[in-house]
Design a protein around this ligand. Sequence first.
Ligand code: DON
Length: 321
Amino acid sequence: VVTKALKKQMIIPDWERFVGDMGEIFEDVRGFNEGELATYIPQLSRVPPDSWAMSVCTIDGQRKSWGDSLNPFCLQSVSKPFTYALVHDDIGPEALHAHVGQEPSGRLFNDISLDHNKKPHNPLINAGAIVVASLLKNKTPLADRFDFMIHACRKFVGSGYIGFNNSVFLSERETADRNYALSYYMREHNVFPKDLNLQDTLDLYFQICSIETNCDSLAVMAATLANGGVNPMNGERVVNNRACRDTLSLMYSCGMYDWSGQFAFHVGLPAKSGVSGDMIIVIPNVMGIALYSPRLDKLGNTVRGVKFAEQLVQKYNFHNY
Ligand code: DON
């Protein structure tokens, strides 16, 4: 790496300048302090509302963080692409997509609806993610499934931070009427694999949403997706190439909920947001970016995260097209 850096052969040759530009956008975006915290999970509404953090990690392992980048938060829906990638890696795309589609839903993330095949539209809305959770190592006891997931998250972050927030898990489970309704509706339509224990599946889904990390570590998770499924910090393969590619395709078309089309149009990069206010952006073969600011817009996306993405592509030509 040192030789590469000296020869200016790193993926971002002028790192100093890039870091300066990113820092400027970061400070600029701090001014967008509108938006509300998610209140439907009480614990999520009790975090400091004005936290703002950003981290980048390139596929060469160049890293930089700004703001509250070591503050912990729950992955929430940012877990969805990672769960998808892991199940894809484990059982393959055919078996997985026998239960869930690939189309943007054009609806809110927790909408009770299925596509014309009576499957959830895609793995990145709640319905689809609950089904993907039902496929995760589902022949093993619930404790083993959770272990598998948290160990996999540790592989995605390398030496970074992964924890579990039990109060968010309990709070979410208490207030999950919509996800229960969605799941019963899906069971009625035989979406799940046979012999499913619905409560176990939902518990696993809530537990995955309550896995905790920080911006600094989340950037490495995003960079692993940018790097074809190989963690750039330790060279360990976490998921296969095809699983990684399919994950990015879905993030591109469905990652920002009902704003995905506009995000693809204006920003042109795969991304995923969660109701805790976290967000990842993947620039394939270049870097992963993690953002955290808990104030959300009406669709559930972090206000500052979206503003940052827009300003990023104005400054750097990262848009895919
Ligand atoms: O299922 C839920 O309601 C949440 N635990 C996850 C939702 C989420 O992060 C959606 N994000 N915008």
